[in-house]
Design a protein around this ligand. Sequence first.
Ligand code: UD1
Length: 416
Amino acid sequence: MQKLAIQGGSRLNGEVRISGAKNAALPILCASLLTGDPLQLGNVPDLNDVATMRKLLQQMGVAIVVEGGQVALSAAQIDKLEAPYDMVKTMRAAILVLGPLVARFGEARVSLPGGCAIGSRPVDLHIKGLQAMGAEIHIEHGYIHAQARRLKGARIFFDLVSVTGTENLMMAATLADGVTVLENAAREPEVVDLAHCLIAMGARIEGAGSDTITVTGVEKLHGASHRVMPDRIESGTFLVAAAAAGGNITLTDTRADILDNVLEKLQEAGATIQVSGSTINLQMNQRPRAVNVRTAPYPAFPTDMQAQFMAMNCIAEGSSMVVETIFENRFMHVQELRRLGAQIDVEGNTAVIRGCAQLEGAAIMATDLRASACLVIAGLVAQGETVIDRIYHLDRGYEHIEAKLSALGAQIRRIK
Ligand code: UD1
């Protein structure tokens, strides 16, 4: 199993290009299932989750050509309407094939995701939504089996804001008969990026980015080309890394307008931030000040940035509180941070962190994607060497992270 070895203590300086967003690329790849025409995508990140999604689509019959960040997909010939357990269990986002398959082919068999490291994460909202659109759904042998001659437009209210739930139903609704209104929909920028791609494919969608999305179904979608938006979580992760380690970094090919909350928190921690077009510069010349964080659906503070801020808070001046309201059990990084000497108490969904002047390098283990990013940041600021095991989690969602950090001056290497 591969590991990362980090020698802590280097400041981060220089420029880093931000990759395309994983959480936009995954649903957009699935959107290819909605048409028999080619879909041409740009800025697709080179990530394990993206490779898993490509493999899943290829197993179904989608023809895919990859040239760097350019991915051409053609779902002209689909012969298997199924997402098997071994794929869904490694990547929950595989559930995103459900809506498109039922909408275009009238049938789908998708494995239930089962448990995962950051909580039970059910998919009941996806299922209820499709049922409201007239799909017949049976759960059999651990699979969701959905059938519908043609989905019908419906009014669907989400009890909880769900990102992939919104995306799945928005895709399904593009080919439904009539108008679908998604209420209490997720407002995440990745939902908007997917909507832009679907609109380019001929879908009629209004309100993406607000909590009410209206989709007027059409008979057919057609081919299109679309450039995947920048990854706001990768952007945030590099910014927090530089805020924790100190330095002066510039992110290119990113977007500040979708990072409001994160940038505000970094300024509160003492960083100077300058935005110009698609670049963000962060300078940090002091020990960070502790900042409180409470996760909530967009536009509030993202749960996918919670762990990274906790790493910074561990070495910050003062005490802070991190409250996780989206996922149960998303504090798996706490035990690992404690191995580095961090002082953290957890009570339910709240972690109280007492900043200490120094962490100490140790052997630690990644437990999930964003927890891994948190441990990398902790390793960058810890004294001596930190070795992080199970970094396959990191490779699911961060493109060439050690190369990017090395270019900024971090002492980091992969042990194969
Ligand atoms: C997406 C992101 C993930 C991010 C999360 C929250 C992708 C591929 N992944 O995950 O990186 O951390 O949004 O911003 O975009 N829920 C239910 N029933 C459902 C669906 C969700 O109870 O049918 C609950 C979940 O357990 C969780 C909450 O709703 O507590 C939000 O989950 P959701 O927004 O659906 O997360 P994902 O879309 O899986």
